[in-house]
Design a protein around this ligand. Structure first.
Ligand SMILES: Nc1ncnc2c1ncn2[C@@H]1O[C@H](COP(=O)(O)OP(=O)(O)OP(=O)(O)O)[C@@H](O)[C@H]1O
Ligand SMILES: [Mg+2]
Length: 223
């Protein structure tokens, strides 16, 4: 039975691992561990940052991500189960979701499929917001669609609890920006169906958030 081992040293060097993605913030490895396929997320040193600040950021994001991945799953938002965290080495071991980034799927799928996926994305964000949780980086690369077409959310290092209308507005603004910059030709369809899903879940609570998102856009911040 899988279980969490807080503080357990994962000894990344000794694992049989395959590098999946190497981003600005982290490296994701596909690993074989305890007889299953898991994902190992590692936040490496950023040599251009002050050493102490870098360590503090990597520690707090690793800890936050671990807590929030687990917390939002209790709300019904699919996230990879966390099995182990090694705070001092900035490592998280979690379920590997076999599938494709929503970002990549959106560029090859039919309009109908994209609409369905966007509605789901909006529903997941709505579910989080209804419990006063923001994702912090709601882009299409942070959603993975598995082989059964189920959508999973990842990358919770910037997620927060006790979110205000402003914080939820920022989340929705960031989502819109992501559509504008990454899915320029489909942005209107994608935004519309995401909003449908979001409003479906949020009901009357959606209006103040979306109004705030528009104000944030007018203010021209968070670009
Ligand atoms: N548990 C997982 N299962 C399958 N794929 C995953 C998993 N976690 C992350 N990924 C994939 O790896 C990518 C990068 O992971 P993540 O978003 O958590 O890190 P990141 O710090 O945002 O990286 P970047 O610097 O590229 O933004 C995701 O977009 C997703 O495609
Ligand atoms: Mg990411």
């Amino acid at each position: 039975m899988a279980h969490r081992r807080t503080g357990h040293n994962l000894e990344a060097q000794t694992l049989k691992k395959q590098l999946l993605t190497l981003g600005a913030e982290s490296a994701i490895y596909k690993v074989e561990y305890w007889g299953r396929t898991l994902a190992l997320k590692w936040r490496p040193i950023k040599p251009y940052l002050h050493n102490e600040i870098d360590k503090l950021l990597r520690t707090s994001r690793t800890s936050r991500e671990c807590k929030m991945l687990t917390f939002v799953r209790t709300l019904g938002v699919p996230t990879p189960a966390v099995y182990s965290v090694d705070i001092s080495n900035h490592l998280i071991l979690m379920d590997f979701i076999e599938g494709q980034q929503f970002k990549q799927l959106a560029s090859v799928s039919s309009k109908k499929r994209i609409t369905t996926l966007c509605r789901e994305f909006g529903k997941l964000l709505g579910t989080m917001h209804m419990s006063d949780v923001v994702h912090g980086d709601p882009t299409t690369s942070n959603a993975v669609v598995d082989t059964q077409s189920k959508m999973w959310l990842v990358d919770f290092g910037l997620a927060e609890k006790n979110a205000t209308i402003e914080m939820k507005g920022v989340d929705m603004h960031l989502l819109r920006r992501a559509y504008e910059t990454t899915h320029w030709d489909l942005q209107e369809t994608m935004l519309e169906s995401t909003m449908d899903g979001y409003i479906d879940i949020s009901g009357d609570n959606a209006e103040p958030v979306l109004t705030r998102a528009n104000k944030i856009r007018e203010r021209g911040r968070y670009h």
